[in-house]
Design a protein around this ligand. Structure first.
Ligand code: SF4
Ligand code: MG
Length: 483
């Protein structure tokens, strides 16, 4: 997964400071690398990239001073093997260009081969994103705008939210399905583009809406200077953003993420029913919002049925200095990090029947450790609640998962076997119907239909065919994706 940002502040020379803050807010989308490219009044670009957190990459005042410019683009990303930190830069008709991409081109393997054969193009990286560049460079169209539209309409398939910096403008685009989000905002006389609306708020800006699926929005000195609907939109925005990826304080596609997660928790109680337990423990921090919804539903039920309410306690301590373990590259590192990251507080769980709530169960390794730590801490029973369905298929649209690492895929969706794998006394998931209800009814107004979402990782039904083999996680990826 990645987060991408763009900033255009015609009266500033410190766009890099804003890009730094935007990226810091989107660290949840990619904690392992960050990069920015800025563009100054002389038409020169300036670049900074590095592995590690945004803080580490931007460390030191002089790094910011070396990146003058009134506009720029940036990216945070999580590592796949052999990955490239964006933005990617190239020379387009004698001018420097930079590109930040969130998603995955579904036909990158074919396009790469074709570009190598047709133009003997030498790729600089293994990234799927780079395949866009030879097609832009060799376009017969007169303007960059027309070249871009031509390539989008006729070549590139799959998932992409992109921000391209070229010749004093920002080109912001989403694929016709709009798999990955892209929000727009304004702050005084500056324009902001970011994967999530909450990043815009960090700059004191106002979220004004999204780049829509199949839309190109061009930003210049006066703000939005052109909007192009370049294809028939077929919205399929990622429903997993609402479950796990997006910041809870963001709006994604007009839906407040915290509200949707809270609702998932409430519906989870409706589906699971009352569980005899002594304490409810959320797995911080992505499990918190659904846990609050679940807890509220149990309270209401307890009141109606004159039962003792089950308290909600912070029985899993979250260390804030460790990144999101789901995104770590290596299994061993992930498990060790998880033990540092989430420690169980015995005082809340000893001799208790515990309900543990997390947002999702992807590999199952995190929950397995938490259940084990609960037992070590003296919990009598551990009941696991997951207010989302089991992912049974890999994502081909920007979240780098493989079939063999998904616990529900490996165990053929057998909930009892998954429960045994994580070592819990019981395990309950939310139904896909309830997930849809939570998401669509949290929209304001609740107008979107379930047909507007991608749910391929829950159903195996992919809106766009893809080329890359996603059955087994490669030790070394031939084509690193710019998820
Ligand atoms: Fe999102 Fe799942 Fe679709 Fe990937 S497959 S875009 S994670 S809903
Ligand atoms: Mg989590």
């Amino acid at each position: 997964m990645c987060g991408i940002v763009g900033f255009y502040g015609p009266t500033t020379d410190r766009a890099t400071e804003k890009l730094n803050l935007l990226l810091a807010k989107l660290q949840n989308r990619g904690p392992q690398g960050a990069g920015v490219v800025t563009y100054d009044h002389d038409g020169q670009i300036h670049e900074l990239r590095g592995t590690g957190s945004v803080e580490a990459v931007f460390d030191g005042r002089n790094k910011l001073d070396n990146l003058p410019g009134y506009m720029g683009v940036g990216q945070v990303r999580y590592a796949t093997f052999g990955y490239t930190i964006q933005p990617i830069t190239w020379i387009q008709r004698g001018k420097q260009a930079a590109l930040a991409h969130n998603g995955e081109f579904a036909n990158a393997i074919t396009l790469r081969k074709e570009a190598e054969e047709m133009w003997e193009y030498k790729f600089q990286s293994t990234s799927d994103t780079e395949v866009l560049i030879p097609y832009l460079m060799h376009s017969s169209k007169d303007t960059f705008r027309d070249a871009l539209l031509d390539v989008l309409q006729n070549k590139i398939k799959g998932a992409y939210s992109m921000i391209i910096l070229y010749d004093g403008k920002l080109y912001c685009v989403r694929d016709p399905h709009g798999f990955r989000p892209l929000a727009l905002g304004i702050s005084e006389n500056a324009s902001i583009v970011a994967s999530e609306s909450s990043a815009i708020e960090v700059l004191g800006g106002q979220y004004i809406g999204d780049v829509n699926p199949a839309q190109l929005i061009v930003i210049g000195p006066s703000g939005i200077i052109e909007t192009v609907e370049w294809a028939e939109p077929k919205p399929k925005s990622c429903i997993f953003e609402h479950v796990y990826f997006a910041n809870p304080d963001s709006y994604v596609g007009g839906i407040n993420v915290s509200l949707a997660r809270d609702f998932m928790g409430k519906l989870m109680f409706e589906e699971a029913g009352w569980i005899d337990a002594d304490v409810i423990v959320p797995v911080l921090d992505s499990g918190l919002h659904a846990a609050l919804g679940f807890y509220e539903a149990t309270l209401r039920y307890a009141f109606q049925e004159r039962k003792n309410p089950i308290p909600l306690k912070a029985g899993v301590h979250r260390s804030w200095f460790i990144g999101r373990s789901f995104q770590e590259g290596e299994q061993i590192a992930r498990e060790i990090l998880q033990r540092i990251k989430s420690n169980v507080i015995a005082a809340w769980v000893k001799d208790k029947r515990v309900i543990v709530i997390d947002d999702s169960l992807v590999r199952g390794t995190v929950m397995r450790i938490i259940v084990e730590l609960m037992r070590i801490a003296g919990a009598r029973e551990v009941h696991v609640i997951i207010p989302s369905p089991p992912p049974i298929a890999p994502c081909a649209y920007g979240i780098d998962t493989y079939e063999d690492e998904l616990i529900a895929a490996r165990l053929n969706g057998n909930v009892h076997e998954i429960q045994q794998f994580i070592g819990a006394d019981s395990l309950r998931y939310l139904s896909l119907d309830a997930l849809y209800q939570a998401v669509t009814e949290s929209a304001s107004p609740p107008v979107r239909t379930t047909a507007n979402f991608c749910d391929a990782c829950y159903t195996g039904q992919y809106p766009v065919p893809f080329e890359q083999d996603r059955s087994t996680k490669p030790r070394r990826q031939n084509m690193g994706t710019q998820a």
